[in-house]
Design a protein around this ligand. Structure first.
Ligand code: G3H
Length: 254
């Protein structure tokens, strides 16, 4: 097994940080796609980094997915901080409850004794329906709060897998295939050079918001996400990446 030949993870972290030109890279041992304990380690590492950044007055945004769920499940409680607000970074109700951003945000808030707000907006809504919802007073309030996120923890996915999981419409699937789209995050799809090619009708954080967020932590691992991580880092490199050896080795080969 190739993964265990790398004795020095910090060497891998430095190489990856240089290749992707990121703020900081953390690599956990092994292959999280094929080893549940490695996946737990990824969650623990991501949770540790996230906790370091949580201070009084933090507006913390979190996305959905299995990696974010694992991160919050492995986070230790930290109480006593003042004026914390936790928000789901996007709507999205098409997946199982456990991995929806809303559920994860509520669980995270509980561990921090923080206030939270939820965003009940399904994926793949048509424009008209979306506009009605966006103009709802309560939803609008959450969307305004999302603009104030100063710590974002987000998952990143392989475009094809995410479109299938979110039951995206045929047009989206066709475009992903024909334009060879690689990465997905917060409902946006990117090509291999980090260009945004599709904005699905998802509500929440926008890419312009994202670029201005002071501290962002991306957690994505497994060799099937290697190209997605590489592509997204070309879109924006102002984030900390937490990944695994399998993805790191694959990215360095690209
Ligand atoms: O947008 C990307 C997904 O949220 C990643 O989901 O952590 O289950 O692979 P995952």
């Amino acid at each position: 097994n190739t993964f265990y030949y790398i004795k020095n993870l910090s060497d891998l972290e430095i190489k990856l940080k240089d290749k992707l030109n990121l703020r900081r890279v953390l690599v956990v041992a092994g292959d999280t796609e094929n080893d549940i304990y490695a996946f737990y380690d990824l969650g623990k590492k991501a949770a540790e980094i996230m906790l370091n950044f949580i201070k009084n007055d933090t507006v913390l945004g979190i996305t959905g997915g299995t990696t974010m769920a694992c991160t919050v499940n492995h986070m230790k409680s930290k109480k006593g901080l003042k004026n914390l607000l936790v928000l789901p970074a996007r709507g999205g109700l098409s997946e199982e409850l456990e991995i929806q951003a809303n559920t994860i945000a509520a669980n995270l808030a509980e561990k921090l004794d923080a206030r939270y707000k939820l965003l009940h907006i399904p994926d793949n809504l048509d424009k008209e329906g979306l506009n009605v919802l966006k103009n709802n007073k309560l939803i609008n309030e959450v969307l305004e709060d999302i603009k104030k996120i100063n710590l974002l923890v987000f998952g990143l996915g392989n475009a094809k897998k995410m479109a299938a999981r979110r039951k995206s419409d045929k047009e989206v699937l066709r475009k992903i295939e024909s334009e060879n789209l690689i990465a997905e995050t917060f409902g946006y799809f990117f090509d291999q050079d980090g260009n945004v090619k599709i904005e699905t009708n998802s509500v929440g954080i926008t890419l312009d918001n994202f670029k201005t967020i002071k501290n962002a932590i991306g957690v994505a691992a497994g060799s099937s996400k290697a190209e997605a991580i590489y592509a997204f880092s070309k879109f924006n490199n102002n984030f900390i990446l937490v990944t695994d050896e399998a993805a790191a080795i694959r990215i360095l080969e690209l």
